[in-house]
Design a binder for this molecule. Structure first.
Ligand code: IFM
Length: 754
């Protein structure tokens, strides 16, 4: 590990929830998400990014090439040709001209670039309006002169997979035409291979003035062998006014801006109209109307207020003045912001993930635990959606595609359904309203109106009760929370200790909910007692809990094993489930620190399986120290923070929380090696068994977001929503003499002070 970076290329402004990046050459794209709930984008510190509508799988509006080199493009491109003929971009890319000054500021819901070249400063502000538009606001400051500005996006074929498979044919199905009434180039596709053909939106690029030239053909804009750094349009000083009926589309618009009194301004709107095929003339008219609305400065200002208020009200539902700035920053801004992103996108879309993955059942159920604290209505609607994907026998789908007519992933996992009670409890506690528990929801394979929410939860427990192995523990099926655990149960007899412990916690929550509405829970109590006994009787290994039994009843996660002797989750969950004696729980957690601890967090297991890969084992692709096989797994690490807090060991708990704070971890590892954003948790950090130890990867889209935020705000800072009201039980660390928390709960702001 290298020494802390003295000159980090970023800084935080906590009062306004901002991070400002001052060097665009970050080791990987450092992104921000922009959204109005249906139109979404991510944008990197260098202007790379993707715009999509509802589904990042099927409705990708602009193009982004994930995980290719050179990285991070295309995106929301803007070039300036100044009075001296210099070509540059306020986001540095795509021109990549050296800038005298550069910054990119990400904040909830918007990103601002500020760059200076010579006498000219450009400020480009990107956000998404409720009115189905991505808004680019450009302000120029400098001497009075004329400046040529070019805004451009490459258009995708909407569906990630069919673009890859059929793009070379379907390129003949695009059209871009200039439409003076709309006020710019308009794109439409009759993409025959698209499975949502009828919904393909029409897209337009318009502006608050008039375009001097435009392009609809990407290849005309760049020119043959032209580069993103210096497109032909920039060399020419204007676009070619190309329209397109076949080829690679873009929406490009050029304006000559006159700076008067030292300032110049332009706005660009990238907007869409859904369901174009259903009524083409009507859709075109809608685009004309929308463009007119967006050009109205009062309308646009009201849209901006609306957007800012949406983000502010959720982010500021929790505030603390905790004396450690790194902690307060995570609690007040970045923790909750990332929970909103994971709540929205499950684990599907980021600069490295193309969005094809759908909504993970277990992932989203967990994400709703944190979303509930900011927006219980959203969490409730999402949970109802998940319940509609639970089978009558109690188990649930693994992945669903609520935004796409795609077949769901139906593999059976022993944990998916067991996450439902966690979200249901959080939602009920947050609202204090028991009535929704009696709402009827159909089963995925059922008929009629279905059963109540509470009955769905009971049925989830019954599935586990009815599917136990020879030690009385849940049969693993395809996996438990841990994707690779199924490798030990390929003949279907393996059992999961983690799922057993998770069951105990989940059942406890359902039991409380039953009490809340006056229903009996004797059946649940019996189930808990039986499971607890099975764990205590069969799963203690001497110094820690085993993790599973394989098909032949051999323990996995035992000192007797050569690889994977100890696994993190069965130790942490023994504490969360309160199984075994307190001495056993403490001994298990002490073993965790001794055998799984690294400078940057806890490994999921150790030692990593050096037997990988093995041809008969479909799950064994990870090298030791990587991914599921012994990396620091941040999602699982969060449960260790909670476990230590619940054990009443503040020093351990706070140390573990701080280890993963991205800004602190990055400094410890070194910027280049760590690579990911200093303001978002990652899924995993490569462990010490690998030469890449310290590389933080799969950023943004991780269950660590929810659980690290829960660990901090609820288990450490101590504000927990319970069915009976708010509970304040802080876990104080040495040296901290006091702090306050403000928490919006059931419509009122509450203040707690230590
Ligand atoms: O729990 C899973 C999750 O569903 C997908 N990513 C990895 C996690 C751990 O295996």
């Amino acid at each position: 590990m290298s020494l802390p970076d003295a000159n980090l290329p970023y800084s935080f402004t906590d009062a306004t929830h901002e991070v400002t990046i001052t060097d665009p050459r970050t080791p990987s794209p450092w992104i921000n998400y922009l959204s109005n709930g249906t139109l979404h984008a991510f944008v990197s510190q260098a202007g790379g990014g993707l715009l999509w509508w509802k589904s990042a799988y099927s409705m990708r509006l602009t193009r982004y090439r994930h995980v290719v080199s050179p990285m991070d493009g295309p995106g929301f491109y803007l070039w300036i040709k100044d009075i001296d003929g210099q070509v540059w971009s306020p986001s540095w890319r795509p021109a990549m001209t050296e800038l005298e000054d550069f910054s990119c500021t990400h904040r909830p819901g918007s990103t601002t670039f500020r760059a200076t070249k010579g006498n000219l400063t450009a400020i480009l502000h990107l956000w998404i309006a409720d009115d189905n538009a991505m808004v680019w606001e450009l302000d120029l400051e400098g001497q009075d002169s004329e400046v040529d500005v070019f805004a451009m996006v490459e258009i995708s074929q909407m569906d990630w997979s069919s673009e890859a498979n059929w793009g070379y044919y379907c390129r003949h199905m695009h059209q871009v035409k200039n439409n003076p009434e709309v006020g710019g180039p308009v794109y439409f596709s009759h993409h025959g291979h698209h499975f949502r053909l009828k919904e393909i939106p029409l897209m337009a690029l318009t502006t608050d003035g008039q375009f001097d030239s435009f392009d609809g053909s990407r290849d005309e804009f760049y020119g043959p062998y032209g580069s993103e750094n210096l497109p032909a349009a920039l060399t020419q000083g204007r676009c070619s006014n190309s329209e397109l009926t076949s080829g690679e589309p873009c929406l490009a618009g050029h304006r000559r801006i006159t700076l008067k009194g030292g300032t110049g301004h332009a706005k660009f709107f990238l907007h869409l109209e859904p369901n174009t095929l259903a009524d083409f003339p009507g859709t075109l008219q809608a685009a004309v109307d929308r463009a007119a609305r967006l050009r109205d400065p009062h309308w646009l200002a009201s849209q901006k207020v609306k957007s800012e208020e949406w983000w502010r009200s959720r982010i500021e539902a929790f505030r603390t003045d905790y004396p450690d700035v790194d902690i307060a920053r995570m609690a007040n801004t970045w923790g909750s912001l990332q929970c909103i992103q994971t709540g929205r996108y499950s684990r599907a879309v980021s600069a490295s993930a193309p969005g094809v993955r759908g909504v993970g059942f277990r992932d989203t159920a967990q994400d709703m635990v944190s979303v509930a604290t900011m927006d219980p209505g959203w969490a409730r609607e999402t949970l109802l959606l998940l319940l509609r994907h639970q089978y009558q026998d109690g188990h649930a789908l693994h992945y669903l595609y609520p935004n796409d007519p795609l077949p769901p992933v139906t593999s059976v996992h022993c944990d998916n359904h067991l996450w439902l009670p966690f979200a249901a409890y959080a939602i009920t506690a947050e609202s204090g309203d028991p009535t929704w528990l009696s709402q009827k929801v159909p089963y995925y394979d059922g008929e009629g109106e279905g059963v109540t929410v509470l009955e769905h939860l009971r049925q989830a427990l019954r599935f586990t009760d009815g599917n136990l192995g020879s030690h009385g523990l849940p049969l693993i099926y395809r996996s438990d929370w841990n994707d690779i655990i199924g490798k030990f149960s390929q003949e279907g007899r393996g059992e999961s200790v983690m799922a057993a412990m998770q069951y105990v916690v989940a059942a406890g929550k359902v039991q409380e909910l039953c009490g809340f509405v006056g229903e009996s829970s004797d059946e649940i109590e019996a189930g808990i007692a039986k499971m607890r006994q099975a764990i205590e009787q069969h799963c203690w290994d001497g110094e820690w809990w085993i993790r599973a039994f394989d098909d032949d009843g051999h323990p996995i996660g035992s000192a007797k094993n050569e690889f994977g002797k100890i696994w993190l989750n069965s130790q942490t969950w023994s504490v969360l489930a309160e199984v075994g004696t307190r001495e056993q729980q403490i001994q298990a957690m002490d073993s965790v620190h001794r055998l799984l601890g690294t400078e940057v967090g806890l490994r999921k297991l150790a030692p990593g399986f050096a037997t990988y890969p093995h041809v008969t084992d479909a799950f064994s692709g990870y090298g030791p120290g990587c991914g599921e096989n012994g990396a620091v797994f941040c999602h699982a690490h969060a449960w260790a923070v909670m476990a230590e807090a619940q054990l009443g060991r503040p020093d351990q708990a706070w140390k573990l929380y701080r280890q993963l704070v991205p800004h602190l971890a990055l400094q410890k590892v070194g910027l280049k090696r760590y690579s990911s954003e200093p303001y978002a948790f990652v899924s995993n950090i490569v462990g010490p068994e690998s030469i890449h130890f310290g590389w933080a990867n799969v950023s943004q889209i991780t269950g660590a977001a929810t659980w690290m935020h829960v660990a901090l705000t609820q288990d450490l800072l101590g504000v927990k929503a319970r069915l009976g009201g708010l509970q304040f039980s802080p876990v104080l660390e040495a040296g901290v003499t006091g702090y306050s928390v403000e928490r919006v709960f059931r419509g009122e702001k509450h203040r707690f002070t230590v």
